[in-house]
Design a protein around this ligand. Structure first.
Ligand code: F6P
Length: 326
């Protein structure tokens, strides 16, 4: 077992609230264990362009409460090529970095996995994404904050929907996953949630109308997951205008507001625990794993499993949502 003397830390892909709390935890846990830390700016891109800065404990002071990522982030096309990764590796060696901690989502951990295999470097991943779509962890950093943001926004839309007796389709982020939409819908007491995991099998809009939608109500809120499968909120609204013109329909796309804001207590705690656990993993000579949380216990999930992209959604929640929205 070779002793790790210096780690590099980066955030990659879409940012998520709590990434700063994770950067703080990784940095401080490393320094506590006498490991040097280098902050790599703009994700994998910073490894290629040598935007690498030594980090001390005070580089991460006063950031636990901040949204976004102080390290900046990017989706880096160059890192997708062998030449780009070779350049990143050379720069990493030049900077004296022995191991990496990568905070990001599915795409970022896929990059980490390839990089680790190609150059035999220890890499530990931390799941930072609002989408909550990584397999092997009950939740990801940023998901809880995004859910709360959705809840606050939709509560406001509910006021105007009720006053005007309108049907609102509200589009929620999540890439190809419906976790934010389904759980957000429960949190706001929505009339329905349209998610790709279920829409692919049945026409959820048709079902919604057939099930006597708005029988007892004058206004309705339906959360729709962004996705080609669902057609998004716009797609739904277009269909309703054509097929059921009796409804007064409006659309709101929540957009990037869902990625911002100060992290909730849950996300700060999760990020702090995962950040510290990432350093534990490296000290225990674990490599190419993602830190996860299952039943409140830290676990290490091999990258190959985490990025399989088929994290199951609890379908029973849709039944609960519908039962409670009668
Ligand atoms: O993965 C996080 C996420 O916010 C997704 O929910 C969304 O589909 C995507 O990123 C948006 O990416 P961008 O910020 O590049 O538009």
């Amino acid at each position: 077992m070779t002793k790790i003397k210096c780690i590099g830390i980066l955030t990659s892909g879409g940012d998520s609230p709590g990434m700063n709390a994770a950067i703080r935890a990784v940095t401080r846990a490393a320094i506590y264990n006498e490991i040097d830390v280098k902050g790599i700016y703009k994700g994998y891109k910073g490894l290629i362009t040598k935007e690498i800065v030594p980090f001390k404990t005070n580089n991460v002071s006063n950031i636990i409460q901040q949204g976004g990522t102080i390290l900046k982030t990017a989706r880096c096309m160059e890192f997708m090529s062998v030449e780009g990764r070779k350049m990143a590796y050379d720069n990493m060696m030049e900077a004296g970095i022995d191991a990496l901690v990568v905070i990001g989502g599915d795409g970022s951990l896929t990059g980490a996995r390839i990089f680790a295999q190609e150059f035999n470097i220890p890499i530990v991943g931390i799941p930072g994404t609002i989408d909550n779509d990584l397999y092997g962890t009950d939740t990801t950093i940023g998901y809880d904050t995004a859910l709360n943001t959705i809840m606050e926004a939709v509560d406001k839309i509910r006021d105007t929907a009720t006053s005007h007796e309108r049907l609102f389709f509200i589009e929620v982020m999540g890439r190809n996953a419906g976790f934010l939409t389904l759980n957000g819908a429960i949190a706001v007491g929505a009339e329905d949630a349209i998610i790709p995991e279920i829409s692919i099998e049945v026409d959820q809009l048709e079902q919604l109308i057939e099930n006597g939608f708005r029988k007892t109500k004058n206004s309705s809120i339906v959360l729709v997951a962004e996705s080609e499968v669902t057609g998004g909120a716009m797609g739904m609204a277009e269909r309703v205008k054509k097929e059921y013109p009796q409804y007064d329909v409006r659309v709101t796309i929540l957009g990037h507001i869902q990625r911002g804001g100060s992290p909730t207590a849950s996300d700060r705690i999760l990020a702090s625990r995962m950040g510290a656990a990432a350093i534990d993993a490296l000290l225990e000579d674990q490599r190419n794993v993602m830190v996860g949380i299952q039943n409140d216990q830290i676990v290490y999930v091999p990258f190959s499993k985490a990025i399989r992209n088929d994290k199951p959604i609890n379908r029973a929640l849709l039944g609960t949502l519908r039962m409670l929205s009668i």
